[in-house]
Design a binder for this molecule. Sequence first.
Ligand SMILES: Cc1ncc(COP(=O)(O)O)c(C=O)c1O
Length: 447
Amino acid sequence: MVNADVTLHDVVRLLADNEGEARRTLNMVPSENAMSGLAKLPMLLDPAHRYFFNESDHPDRWHFRGGRRVHELETGLAVPLLRELGRAEHVSVRPLSGLNAMTLVLAALGGEPGSTVVTVAAENGGHFATPDVAARLGLGVEFLRGSGPHALDLDHAAELLARVRPSLVYVDQSHCLFPIDVASLVATVRAVSPETLVHVDASHWFGLVLGGAFRNPLDEGADSLGGSTHKTFPGPQKAVVLTRDAAMDRRIRDTQDYLVSSHHFASTIGLGIALLEFRDFGGPAYARAVVENTRRFGRLLHDRGITVAAADRGFSAGHQLWLDTERDGVAPKVAADRLHAAGLRVNFMAGLPGFTGQGVRIGLNEATYQGLAGDDFTELADVFAAAVRDSEPLGGLADRVASLRTRTRVGAPVDSTSSLFENALALCADSLRTTQVAAPSPQGVTS
Ligand SMILES: Cc1ncc(COP(=O)(O)O)c(C=O)c1O
């Protein structure tokens, strides 16, 4: 228990315990992922304390100078890699998270207060926050709806768009098993409301888009694309916005100047490292495997008697699966608690499209990133189903999960005898030493 008497020893011990637990467990929350130690390294170092604004490297604009020596890790690494993988000339790496990127895009592209934006109804998987953020910016909000939980009704969209002539259609699938057909939606927008912009917030799908497992919404005609870099993309908690249109880029830049101050420079460098690893060490194969593993895991759970949504459509086309454990006689919170005791981290929540009560939401993105493959998923499905039903001792199931976590991760192999590893380790140790020198404490930090 953390309280006012806590010592630094206690803090480090708790973090170490948590680290030990994290290594024995498997995170199946679809909005989270892991990333490599190398990508985390900048967060321990000096860039974590610095502002960086001078993207053009103009000699008169180094008002904040601390990022000068390493600024190319953003401008010459993260940004060009995003341009290449996202196939967009203009890239912003300033948003801090998906929600921050949403606020930025609605403010920049949503029009003057009083304008109307159109977004995806919650019953069709739209993000819960979009209507509130838009309303706070003084924007009216209307909703795209569907005939069922997984598809939009384009006739309804055409009627709505022609009637309200929105400034922006903000596509924000969040609870999502199947991607919206962006090309058809864009064609509808262009036909009935040609002035309207289309932004796709692909926070959940971003790694699948960059890895080529999903079509890039910009290729489908969307004006801009954005989203978090830590859900299906195995990167830091941040977000990005991409466009091929210089005028839209200008609007984003003008707005981000007052909406984002520190953009977390160290995380941005971490993003650059994560993108480099993604491009050069298996990103596209990872993205394809996420989709294959998710479908396969849906089938494996279904075969074990768990009610998995969208069985008639192959369960999922992305990384999420939704389980109606209530139907199987286990309340979702109880299922999530049992899974937690068995070393599996899942969401339980209300609001999944098509569900009347709560459901269990899982993702196969992090398991895939951690390197689970082949028969691992049969073993994982056995453990998962037994935990939900509480049909085997949960401690034994947790041991089985721990042994699945010994597999190799997708990504850059770091040989512990290499100079890369030695240099990175020396930087970590150095960072820690600096802390000790700066903070000798009566609690005996150095003992
Ligand atoms: C479409 C969409 N936008 C924004 C967000 C918020 O992202 P973050 O948690 O990175 O702020 C999410 C999160 O699920 C999302 O799905």
